[in-house]
Design a binder for this molecule. Structure first.
Ligand SMILES: Cc1cc2nc3c(=O)[nH]c(=O)nc-3n(C[C@H](O)[C@H](O)[C@H](O)COP(=O)(O)OP(=O)(O)OC[C@H]3O[C@@H](n4cnc5c(N)ncnc54)[C@H](O)[C@@H]3O)c2cc1C
Length: 407
């Protein structure tokens, strides 16, 4: 980002840079390009997974844990460092610059943790947060259902109270990473008589055992990284209800705010790398002097810069302790629509070669084919582009509300 953030932050940056040089295992940077965005369903996710199985990664994970650099933004009392948003952004930049990974605890770190910190009781935070940092609990997100995606408040999965326990029954859909998860954060209906936003609860459940079944769904890219799940009477103590019974919508909105705006401050770094890769591809294919391709590349570079400024705006908001608001939707819309268009440009640059899949077993795709196919999902998950536009129109621009069918 190369902002002038003052001498204190520059000192933090310099110390961090030295620390990385001293501590990062030498093999790490060469294992994969850690900075590349892991498009769901994409080959990059497979490459990352293989690199994470290397002993150098395990060594780095231990080093980061000892230095409290896993979930560093969490309060010190819960195992983090209470690192402010500017330092986290600097941390991301410096790790990115050195080609070494942040060890991120997935949805546990970015979605469940922040929601627990805002809405959980002290006991719930003390119990659940350290398990996320250690990697013991790996979460998947149980929000969407077959008839309730954009209309999230309509979810039908039941949460029935039985003494001091809650029993969850229903079907969830499009659950990313379910096969790797040991826990799920579920939005379920605990009061069917209440107005639909008000009868919901947010519950942390084990995603193991005979009451949980799931099966993979094949994606356009050939990968199968999301699942449909069947919860058949999963029983947990009421202790696992976050934010109180029937208050799940508020907790879910905190989660979604973090999901939409969460990577806004590093997105442009990844996108810039990808952009220069595309420039290289255009060179290799003799297309770099083509005026149309140059125009498209100029558009893409502008997009990367817009993401940079959008990220800075998000950063300023977080630094002022403002909860993620409609600007998270701006970032999400900008990046996802950009990325879809970038995939189309890349296939255009490849020309006829872009239409031919590489040889090999299964359903292999070339890197740019993969961006073209996989980037489409970004305009759907964590709220479709249409939903983001409505949020921006109504909540950021103050335009009249969209008429609802029931009105
Ligand atoms: C790769 C991927 C990973 C995902 N991972 C998860 C996960 O881990 N956990 C999870 O719970 N869910 C996950 N989802 C599900 C995702 O959140 C939903 O797909 C999304 O919310 C859209 O819901 P839907 O698919 O039911 O589409 P629908 O809501 O049925 O929408 C269909 C179309 O109608 C449009 N539409 C709907 N309502 C409106 C409206 N009010 N105004 C204008 N247009 C509208 C939509 O924009 C869309 O084009 C994932 C999805 C994808 C693609």
């Amino acid at each position: 980002m190369d902002l002038d953030l003052g001498p204190e932050i520059e000192q933090f940056r310099a110390e961090l840079r030295d620390w990385i040089v001293a501590e990062a295992p030498p093999a790490l940077a060469g294992l994969t390009d850690w900075t590349m965005a892991g498009v769901p369903g994409g080959y990059r996710v497979r490459g990352l997974t293989a690199a994470m199985a290397h002993p150098a990664y395990a060594q780095w994970e231990r080093t980061l844990a000892d230095a409290k650099l896993i979930c560093p933004q969490w309060p010190a009392e819960f195992g983090g460092q209470g690192m402010d948003a500017i330092r986290v952004a600097v941390l991301n930049e410096e790790f990115c610059r050195a080609g070494v990974p942040r060890v991120i605890r997935g949805m546990g770190e970015t979605l469940v943790g922040p929601s627990l910190i805002v809405h959980g009781t002290r006991e719930q935070r003390e119990y659940f947060l350290p398990r996320i940092i250690s990697g013991e609990d790996v979460y998947c997100q149980g929000f969407s259902e077959p008839d309730h995606g954009s209309d999230l408040a309509g979810v039908q999965t039941r949460g029935e109270i039985d003494g001091d326990e809650i029993v969850i029954t229903g079907q969830k859909l499009w659950t990313s990473g379910a096969a790797r998860a040991s826990m799920m954060f579920v939005l379920c209906r605990t009061d069917p008589r209440a107005e639909k936003h008000q009868g919901l609860s947010y519950v942390l459940i084990p995603f193991t055992g005979p009451q949980v079944r799931y099966r993979p769904i094949r994606q356009l890219s050939g990968a199968a990284e999301f699942y449909e799940d069947f919860l058949d009477g999963v029983r947990v103590p009421l202790f696992n209800v976050i934010g109180g019974l029937n208050n799940g919508w508020r907790v879910a909105m905190t989660t979604l705010g973090h999901e939409r705006g969460g990577s806004a401050t590093v997105q442009h770094l990844r996108s810039e790398r990808e952009f220069w890769e595309l420039v290289e591809t255009a060179r290799e294919h003799g297309r770099i002097a083509d005026p149309l391709v140059r125009q498209q590349l100029a558009w893409a570079y502008t997009g990367v810069q817009l993401m940079r400024f959008s990220g800075l705006r998000t950063l300023a908001g977080v630094a002022a302790w403002r909860p993620p608001g409609p600007e998270a939707s701006v970032s999400k819309l900008l990046w996802r629509e950009y990325h879809k268009r970038l995939g189309e440009i890349a296939i255009g640059v490849l020309g006829a070669a872009g239409l031919v899949r590489p040889d090999g077993d299964g359903y292999p795709t070339s890197p740019w084919q993969n961006v073209f196919l996989s980037s489409r999902v970004g305009t759907i998950y964590s709220g479709t582009s249409e939903i983001q536009r409505t949020i921006i129109a109504e909540r950021a621009l103050g335009l009249p509300k969209e008429p609802r069918a029931a009105d």
